[in-house]
Design a protein around this ligand. Structure first.
Ligand code: GFB
Length: 313
């Protein structure tokens, strides 16, 4: 990508999009195009068509999506399917129509079958049943991958897809009903410490395993792929290491300095037992993450403290 290139980052206010913007700015890109959701409803086909006609982006990072943790996925099943299908269909189709040079679509590790062998290799896609709590989101993300593949094979578009593992970092969602596990636990332990509560409720059994990647590492990998990859097969992005929810809960408890007890609520779902990414393709290309979990969580807790008023309305 030339430094003056017109780059559209869809979803720039979210955790992923904002990390991509920081990375592009750091690299000296000067023409970054953004729209808030109130300026442009990405579910609206006509509005997206007008936007692409007017702005004519040359490169697109498709980081806009309706996202959330296990409860949000399971509760708002219709929106997780509809909103995500509309957003990605509209953007990918208009990118094709207006001759975008390259597009990167971001998916999720939940595209893999619930009981796929570990670690998850890219070729395990569509080899078994999905996990039920996030099936609508996974179906939408699988569709996004297939859209990129189809526009590539039929029209020769350079559209690539990347599948990040579970993410965390600045601008995460700290709403306890909608958030993922790390921001939820940072907030719960912090508030419990401040209010001298004896216990904190943690969901599920604690036995599921998750891999966590810092959003800045993800942005770095997205930039790397945009510069160096133009294959048909999507690419996993992760650290290649995972921990149990119990281990990560203990780690956050220690970082925040909460001294009470954890109370496991097994009425809440565990979700997928394990979803560890096989990141050997990305490693073979020459990219590796730099932020380890403990350091990343310490930074994230500092960011939470600095922005608590913004993050917790
Ligand atoms: O991060 P999380 O919501 O999403 O939950 P998934 C991960 C694990 O942490 C589950 C447990 O086993 C939860 O039961 N957990 C423990 C908690 N305490 C909490 C808590 O207070 N809040 C939350 N949210 N979880 C999502 C998918 O799955 O991951 C999406 O639903 C997407 O589609 C995303 O793929 C990356 O890892 O289970």
């Amino acid at each position: 990508m030339e430094k003056q290139a017109r780059i559209y980052v869809a979803g720039h206010r979210g955790m992923v999009g904002s990390a991509i913007i920081r990375k592009l700015q750091e690299e000296g890109y000067t023409t970054i195009i953004t729209r808030t959701s109130s300026e442009l409803d990405l579910r609206n086909q006509e509005a997206v068509a007008d936007f692409f006609e007017q702005e004519r982006p040359e490169y697109v990072f498709l980081a806009a999506a309706k996202v959330g943790g296990i409860m949000a996925n399971n509760t708002y099943r219709a929106e997780f399917l509809y909103d995500n299908l509309m957003i990605e269909s509209n953007i990918i189709h208009q990118a094709y129509k207006t001759g975008v040079k390259k597009l990167l679509f971001l998916g999720s590790s939940c595209i893999y079958p619930k009981l796929a062998p570990q670690p998850l290799k890219e070729e395990y896609l569509l080899s078994g049943f999905l996990e039920s709590t996030n099936e609508p989101y996974a179906i939408a993300k699988i569709t996004g991958i297939k859209l990129c593949e189809a526009y590539r094979s039929q029209y020769g578009c350079d559209f690539i897809s990347a599948m990040p593992t579970n993410l965390y970092g600045p601008n995460d969602n700290y709403d306890l009903n909608g958030s993922h596990v790390l921001p939820a636990l940072i907030r719960k332990f912090h508030e419990a410490k401040i209010n001298n509560q004896p216990t904190v409720e943690v969901w599920g059994t604690g036995s599921p395993m998750r891999e966590f990647l810092h959003a800045d590492d993800l942005a770095d990998a997205c930039f790397f792929l945009m510069e160096h990859y133009n294959g048909e097969l999507f690419v996993n992005i992760g650290t290649g290491e995972d921990v149990t929810i119990k281990q990560v809960a203990e780690l956050i408890k220690e970082i925040v300095g909460f001294e009470g007890e954890l109370r496991w609520n097994t009425d809440k779902p565990d979700g997928t037992p394990r979803k560890l990414m096989d990141v050997s393709r990305l490693h073979d290309m020459g990219w590796k993450h730099t932020t380890e979990l403990k350091e990343g969580l310490e930074r994230t807790y500092q960011d939470f403290l600095a922005n608590e008023v913004l993050y917790v309305e």
